[in-house]
Design a binder for this molecule. Structure first.
Ligand code: LLP
Length: 418
């Protein structure tokens, strides 16, 4: 069920007219329907019914505390990559025993914070990290559960910036060399080897790379078993893609079936770290048209959101559908939808056929729930935008728009300049 729907030409989010929200909250803002969030989380979670599993939402895709709280209430945990994410997750009420910690560059302070918190598992990405984690755990008189993040050398067939499972990528440890690392880990007194983890990339639209990876990992688990290293958790990462334009990714059910088929009856507990597949189409960015102009053959629609608010088009040349918040008969034009930032790379859409908009009207940038707000910045001293959640007929501000004061908070003029 799509919770962004037109009724009498007005775009609604669940039971709330988006125009009404804009009037109160001003623009730009991110908007998330509660029903979609819940539906997406549960359809992924339910797809794995019958097999022991845990969904650790990849909170880098969207780390708003209200959203984390919602998934925690549905039984989810989170995948974190920093101390800051751990802090947010705990504040949002996520159970520490449902937190896994990935990342190639974990800082000692952050590892210690996570050890003290008693998280489920560290996904370790290098030998140096194994030793450092063991030392930290020893200092704190604790045992840290670990998985080694293996790099299976599988082509995820996605954008190179978000492909992570190839030999040439910085992530994980080569799957064939990982046995050595497991042996070292098993000897370190303050580590407990409990899993194997991987994440091969993001926005995957084919099942085969996932299945190929699982095959390789199954082989590894068996080889580890043969040397008495017994694995309890298989963390298969995230990566399932969504439809932004005309992609046809597998549905969570198909993804789950393909993996289940490969696993048969397993004693292992599966961990998943989905981000985009849950959040991507559960959020939009609402922005106002400021100006329209023509330069030679080219049409520009200048809106009040920019690359600092939604970086994906500038960074990956990624496609986000653009929809009017009020439908109507319009002339169709080809235009670049651009923001106010002083860079030519500041665009939300390029050469896009849209119904010609007029200044003052609202447009929606679709599929912006994942890696939208979470990648935003204050470049050009633009305060970060508000985030709003709708539930049925009500809307709730889940993050206030930043103020100009927020922009300078923490900055200091040194004495010698006073
Ligand atoms: N687990 C790990 C270890 C990851 O690095 C990631 C994403 C995920 C899970 C979640 O992947 P997902 O299910 O969302 O595909 N900023 C880029 C995406 C970067 C993904 C980074 N890692 C974008 O906007 O497309």
């Amino acid at each position: 069920m799509n919770h962004f729907q037109y009724s009498n030409q007005d775009l609604y989010c669940e039971g709330v007219k988006i125009e009404d929200i804009a009037e109160e909250v001003s623009t730009p803002f991110y908007l998330y329907p509660h029903a979609t969030l819940k539906q997406h989380f549960n359809s992924f979670n339910n797809a794995f019914e019958g097999i022991r599993h845990l969904i650790c939402f990849s909170m880098k895709s969207n780390s708003n505390m209200a959203i984390l709280r919602l998934f925690a209430r549905e039984g989810g945990g989170v995948d974190i990559v920093s101390g800051g994410e751990l802090y947010r997750a705990l504040k949002a009420g996520v159970n520490p025993e449902k937190i896994v910690y990935s990342g190639v560059g974990k800082r000692v302070e952050d590892m210690e914070y996570a050890i003290k918190t008693g998280i489920l598992m560290f996904n370790v990405e290098s030998r140096q990290e194994l030793y450092l984690l063991n030392d930290s755990a020893k200092r704190l008189n604790k045992i840290a559960n670990i998985a080694i993040r293996v790099n299976p050398d599988v082509d995820a067939q996605t954008h190179p910036y978000i492909s992570t499972g190839l030999k040439e990528n910085k992530f994980g440890i080569d799957i064939n060399e990982s046995i050595e690392e497991y042996k070292i880990a098993a000897r370190l007194e303050n580590l407990n080897v409990s899993g194997v983890s991987c994440h091969i990339g993001s926005q995957l639209t084919n099942l085969s790379p996932f299945v190929d990876t699982l095959k390789k990992i199954k082989g590894l688990v068996k080889r580890l078993g043969d040397i008495d290293i017994n694995i309890k958790y298989l963390d298969l990462g995230g990566g399932l893609g969504i439809t932004y334009d005309s992609e046809t990714p597998p549905m969570p059910g198909e993804y789950a079936d393909a993996l289940k088929k490969e696993l048969n009856k397993t004693e292992l507990t599966l961990i998943f770290e989905p981000g985009r597949v849950i959040m991507g189409n559960a959020g939009i960015l609402v922005t106002k048209v400021l100006y329209t102009k023509t330069a030679g053959e080219k049409n520009f629609v200048i809106v009040d959101a920019a690359m600092n608010d939604l970086m994906r088009p500038s960074l990956y040349n990624s496609f986000h559908a653009i929809q009017p918040v009020k439908e109507g008969e319009r002339e169709i034009i080809t235009a670049d939808i651009v923001g106010p930032i002083c860079e030519s790379g500041d665009f939300l859409a390029k050469n896009r056929q849209i119904g010609s908009p007029v200044p003052g009207e609202l447009i929606a940038v679709m599929s912006a729930g994942a890696y939208g707000f979470s990648m935003s910045s204050t470049y050009n001293s633009r305060p970060r935008v508000a985030e709003v959640m709708v539930k049925e007929e009500q809307y709730y501000i889940i993050r206030e728009r930043e103020s100009y004061e927020d922009l300078v908070s923490g900055e200091k003029i040194p004495d010698f300049l006073e």
